[in-house]
Ligand binder design. Sequence first.
Ligand code: TYC
Length: 101
Amino acid sequence: MSPTLVKPRLKTKPKTARPPLWKVILLNDDFTPREFVVQVLKAVFRMNESQAYGVMLTAHRKGACVIAVYTRDVAETKAKEATELGRAKGYPLYFTTEKEE
Ligand code: TYC
């Protein structure tokens, strides 16, 4: 049997860089009703009742909660949209974004 020859790979595979991801963060406040926060999380971030309730409660207890990560555009649009739903009702509900390291 002839010996196995291992040929060196000559071509380098081009790697496609992944776009950086951005976190959407929900901040607690003393005025927005819990049920309204849950409604917004369900509507904008497509969460079910128990996911939305869990996120709302974490923000309520800890001051903030990371909701999800998206590309920058999507994260900023969703944060703006969700914040605007609160504003329209006169609530200080606030969603911010932060680059994921
Ligand atoms: N802290 C609010 C209350 O007691 C409820 C709330 C929870 C508001 C989470 C914002 O991100 C928030 N009514």
